[in-house]
Ligand binder design. Structure first.
Ligand code: GLA
Length: 699
């Protein structure tokens, strides 16, 4: 049974884990346990309660499952609200507990004020994931203002943990930050109206864990707006972790009867390091969160013409590129920015979503027909949430962009953000995307967002109501993408926000893939991809080959190395195909054929991060699905005369014999040999790489 309880103690069990809390003698919701599976409920009875002390009260000393500002709590708390008379102290009592199948709801009420807080849990038993979310309802007649509501609180006993998050920026997403938590608070936050590159709405907490060993506690928020992750090493020998909507510029006014629902957080525990955590999260995301229509289908190999033509998109040059893209075996041809309005550069035309007649004298359908005739699907780029000052849309509706009175309107990448709290703006967005998809045979949309949200104004006098804008903006974004996807369920959607600004589980609900970074340098990508893969699934990780000459660093990386790097995710090609020799095109074509053969294993297999080039000189990534395995190995710099590296595989059946295709030969090796002794891989110098494939040939 997923949930066992005796009315006071609650034990949430998944296949491998348990999560326990109780209503303690003081009526507090006390977190008891998170770790390996324990099914004996009685084990959690009679656990010593922390003492009380004037300056350091019990509410702080207790690892609470939910906490609210007030009652002499000084730790980071999950909620802060304000009653009409100015009281900001919520004194809760557990009013009800309900269990239905895999769902548990705990209802808290205040001893005096008419407010109801519900803590919801859903146990995904087979997936080893627990979903948590909460809601607050005003049960009285006077308004209540919410000033903070995290989605989940987690307590982990002990001290000296490390938290992993990211410290990134544009083209440098997923730069891992690993911080020791020995006192005080560590905060990861975004105030940009999206998850953004700077940090991720997730947490990974451990103590000396490795890929295969150690306890790892993790969670990821299903939300695409401002978020906050706070990890507080309390003096009371436990770690207090909170994750949810950022409270920095947040308020929500609850009028009589109204409810605010915080987004969900999905959390898990691994007793076998980061590897098991990634397997759990990857499989859960694809099985439970990804939009169903395309969730189990592998993504097509795409060609995107952005780097080839930038804003100089013309029907003719796109047809020419399409011919070449088809010849190398790509399945989806994508026209990026530059096809609409007077979009000659990034200073103008965002918002003018009509096909530019000079660029496409016979309309877009001529190009689409050509692309389809070549056997490829057609895809296109849009950036619906934005507008340029120099656009018909802004000239017609200057009030549709966020702006403060008495302030000059600020631009980012020369653009402004549309006010997604307005019905007319949302309707405009839904209508233009619907029209685009209805009038053309479009199979894929790359949805971009190239500046951070700011100057978020809302009409009105009430400062609390104005602060609702961030959440309402995110809700507006969901309304548009939801409406469009419902009308066009078979169209594939990619989430891009200047690269990886929308890699989070809220976007996953509506999108089929992410663009993790505009940085497509092969070496940087190895790092970005490794860190991305801790939580987020490989299928969602679009990875392209582009011409190194497009890269500022002009790093000369062999085409095969770059291709292998892109083949570690959902492959795309972004080169100017006119700038490649026939030999290079033939080489890409051959590798595209290899990729199609292995893509199910890469996109849906179990990922093993075997070696990291900063520690081990080589990078090695392995994918296992059913009876097949794929291994990519990369040598960055040859050191001394070392040509051979021993790579130990993982996740194989030790009794099985595998046919190993390596260096143009077939070897027969047992799983035990491959995992314990490893295979020898020979490298040909700097930036050499291999794709090695294995298949079980004998049980
Ligand atoms: C952003 C995206 C790029 C490309 C450009 C187009 O930078 O991340 O991939 O689409 O916009 O303007």
């Amino acid at each position: 049974m997923a949930i066992i309880n005796n009315g006071k103690t609650f034990l949430l069990n998944t296949a491998d884990t348990s999560y326990a809390f109780c209503i303690n003698p003081q009526g507090l919701l006390r977190h008891l346990y998170w770790g390996r599976r324990i099914v004996h409920l009685q084990d959690f009875e009679d656990i010593r309660e922390p003492g009380d002390n004037g300056y350091y009260p019990r509410v702080d000393r207790t690892m609470e499952e939910f906490s609210s500002f007030g009652m002499m709590r000084y730790k980071e708390t999950a909620m802060k609200l304000r009653f009409a008379d100015g009281v900001r102290d919520f004194r809760y009592q557990v009013a009800d507990t309900q269990i239905q199948d895999d769902m548990l709801t705990i209802t808290l009420t205040d001893e005096h004020y008419p407010v109801k807080v519900e803590l919801h849990y859903q146990v995904f038993e087979a997936d080893n994931i627990i979903k948590k979310w909460c809601s607050v309802q005003n049960m009285g007649s006077e308004k209540i203002v919410l000033e903070r509501l995290y989605s989940g609180v987690y307590g982990i006993p002990g001290n000296g943990y490390e938290i992993i998050n990211y410290n990134g920026q544009w083209a440098a997403e997923f730069k891992r930050s690993s911080e020791s938590l020995n006192g005080g608070k560590k905060v990861f936050e975004s105030l940009r109206g999206s998850a953004a590159h700077v940090a991720n709405p997730s947490f990974i907490v451990h103590k000396n864990a490795s890929e295969d060993n150690g306890d790892v506690y993790y969670g990821a928020l299903e939300y695409s707006g401002n978020f906050k992750v706070t990890a507080e090493a309390t003096p009371y020998d436990y770690l207090n972790i909170l994750i949810g909507i950022s409270d920095t510029d947040f308020a929500w006014v609850l009028e009589s009867g109204e409810t605010f629902i915080a987004p969900a957080v999905y959390s898990g525990y691994s007793d076998a390091g980061f590897g098991k955590m990634s397997h759990t999260m990857h499989e859960f995301a694809i099985n439970q969160l990804a939009p169903k229509v395309l969730a189990k289908k592998p993504l097509p190999v795409l060609y995107n013409s952005w780097y080839a033509t930038i804003f100089d998109v013309q029907s003719k040059n796109q047809m020419n590129l399409a011919d070449k893209a088809a010849a190398i075996g790509t399945e989806l041809f994508v026209v990026d920015d530059g096809w609409f309005g007077e979009r000659q550069d990034d200073f103008r035309a965002l918002g003018d979503w009509y096909v530019n007649e000079e660029k496409f004298p016979n309309g877009l359908n001529e190009l689409i027909g050509h692309v389809n005739h070549l056997g490829m699907d057609f895809g296109i780029w849009i950036e619906p949430e934005m507008v340029n000052k120099d656009s018909d849309l802004f000239r017609k509706h200057p009030d549709w962009a966020y702006q403060f009175p008495n302030r000059e309107i600020l631009e980012g990448r020369n653009q402004l953000v549309l006010n997604l709290t307005r019905e007319d703006v949302l309707q405009f967005m839904i209508d233009f995307i619907d029209r685009l998809l209805s009038d053309h045979n479009i199979a894929y949309i790359k949805w971009d967002m190239n500046r951070a949200v700011g100057e978020t104004s809302l009409d009105g006098e009430d400062i609390d109501e104005m602060k609702e804008v961030w959440v309402k903006h995110t809700q507006g974004f969901y309304r548009v993408i939801d409406a469009v996807r419902k009308k066009h369920p078979n169209v594939e959607f990619e989430a891009c926000a200047s690269g990886g600004g929308r890699v989070e589980l809220g976007a996953m609900r509506y999108f089929d893939e992410y663009w993790p970074s505009d940085n497509v340098d092969a070496l940087d990508r190895l790092e970005i991809q490794e860190n991305y893969s801790l939580i987020y699934p490989i299928k969602y990780m679009r990875a392209w080959l582009i011409d190194p000459s497009e890269d500022k660093r002009k790093r000369q990386v062999p085409l095969e190395f770059h291709m292998h790097c892109a083949m570690c995710g959902s492959l795309g090609i972004g080169n100017d195909l006119n700038g490649l020799s026939q030999d290079q095109l033939d080489q890409i074509k051959e590798l595209v054929v290899s990729y199609k053969d292995i893509r199910e294993i890469v996109q849906f297999g179990r990922l093993y991060r075997l070696c990291n080039y900063k520690k081990d000189d080589i990078q090695a990534v392995q994918y296992v699905k059913e009876n097949r395995t794929v291994l990519f190995v990369f040598l960055i710099h040859m050191k001394y005369d070392k040509e051979y590296y021993q790579v130990k595989l993982k996740g194989l059946h030790k009794e099985c014999i595998y046919d190993v295709e390596i260096h143009g030969k077939h070897l027969k090796k047992s799983g035990a040999y491959l995992m314990n002794h490893g295979i020898e891989v020979k490298f040909a110098g700097d930036y050499s790489s291999h794709l090695i494939s294995l298949v079980e040939c004998q049980a």
